[in-house]
Ligand binder design. Structure first.
Ligand SMILES: *Cc1c(COP(=O)(O)O)cnc(C)c1O
Length: 350
């Protein structure tokens, strides 16, 4: 097994990180003349004139309590998308290294690989969107593949990937394995965060954008070994999570009960919506979902999509995505929104 230090790019391993004013001093003081801030806020009640905590300590403390994971194993960033980019920039040498993922899956892995000039290899899931660990491992280049990205529950298919297949990849692959759990709160399974102590090469991604109802504040989380988190902290922008986001995230995470109630409601609606969709004559298949959306195969996805847009209802046309010909991804909304969708579809001429 390669050590993490061997996997990290040499320039990152040797990086002397920027040290911000708030990194160098974070004790108790009453006069702060160290960071060239304006001593006055820009408007009354908008106390944003001071830089935020670069290490997001209070927020990580709350996340640590919620998830039973020590703060040293937590990275918080500008959405999970920041973490995806950081992972690639930390481990993959541009123009040389590569990552492996499955198809179909979340589009950002490939975009971030392209941005960083890192080769992206995709391995097809099977017709029921199941993961074949051996197929993924066969696509690995021993020398150049540094990271494998897995998304579970997977987007856009909605299903959980098989735990044993993921574990097989974690045990066999000589590199970093990312398990993106953006939709984990909607699934009836345990998070891979509880396996962090078993696998030093595991990174788990979660976010406030889905179940926690806070896509607008941009707060993503990565859970990994202390070594990986320390490295991310060297590479990230010093103030990568704004003061407003840190405060609002703390407020949101105080109310887990509210999130749980909303998840329950969304899951009930998901079942109702799936039943209603299956009754439509032009629906060929409603895929099972472990997330807050449903992938549906229609006789004619483009015509259905255009018809719905015409009715003011926007869904995600996945017709051109691998294994998703004829498919539309539908987010579960409020009971009223879902009823509007079903009514519109019932009235569709086909
Ligand atoms: C929505 C989503 C995310 C969330 O990204 P944020 O940047 O945290 O909003 C991450 N991964 C997947 C697979 C998603 O579908």
């Amino acid at each position: 097994m390669k050590s993490l230090q061997e996997l990290i790019r040499p320039n990152i391993r040797n990086l002397k990180p920027y040290s911000s004013a708030r990194d160098e001093f974070h004790g108790a003081a009453s006069v702060f003349l160290d960071a060239n801030e304006n001593p006055y806020p820009p408007a009354s009640g908008l106390a944003v004139n001071r830089y935020p905590d670069p290490m997001q300590r209070a927020l990580k403390q709350r996340i640590a309590e919620l998830k039973s994971i020590a703060p040293e194993h937590i990275f918080t960033g500008n959405g999970s998308d920041e973490a995806i980019d950081l992972i690639i920039r930390t481990f993959c040498e541009p123009g040389r290294d590569g990552i492996v993922s499955v198809a179909p899956t979340y589009g950002m892995y490939e975009v971030m690989a392209d941005v960083n000039d890192v080769r992206y290899t995709k391995v097809s899931l099977d017709d029921d969107f199941r993961l074949d660990a051996d197929a993924v491992l066969n696509a690995v280049d021993e020398q150049f593949t540094k990271v494998i990205f897995l998304c579970s529950p997977n987007n856009p298919s909605g299903n959980l990937l098989d735990t044993e297949q993921i574990v097989r990849i974690l045990k066999t692959f000589d590199g970093v394995v990312v398990v993106d759990e953006a939709y984990i709160d909607f699934a009836d399974t345990l998070s891979f965060t509880r396996r962090l102590t078993d696998f030093p090469n595991l990174i788990v991604l979660q976010t406030l954008s889905k179940a926690w109802g806070a896509a607008g504040i941009r707060l993503g989380m990565a859970f990994a070994s202390e070594e990986i988190i320390t490295t991310f902290n060297k590479v990230k922008y010093p103030y990568n999570v704004s003061l407003t986001t840190q405060e609002q995230a703390l407020e949101i995470l105080r109310n887990e009960e509210r999130k749980n109630m909303q998840v329950k409601e969304i899951l009930q609606e998901r079942s109702r919506l799936a039943v209603a969709l299956r009754e439509l004559p032009f629906v060929r298949r409603v895929y099972p979902s472990d997330a807050n959306f449903i992938l549906v195969r229609f006789d004619d996805a483009n015509a259905t999509y255009n018809y719905l847009v015409d009715k003011g209802i926007v869904v995600r046309n996945r017709n051109t995505v691998a294994l998703c010909a004829g498919c539309i991804r539908i987010t579960v909304g409020t009971p009223e929104e879902n009823a509007a969708l079903v009514e519109a579809l019932k009235a569709m001429k086909f």
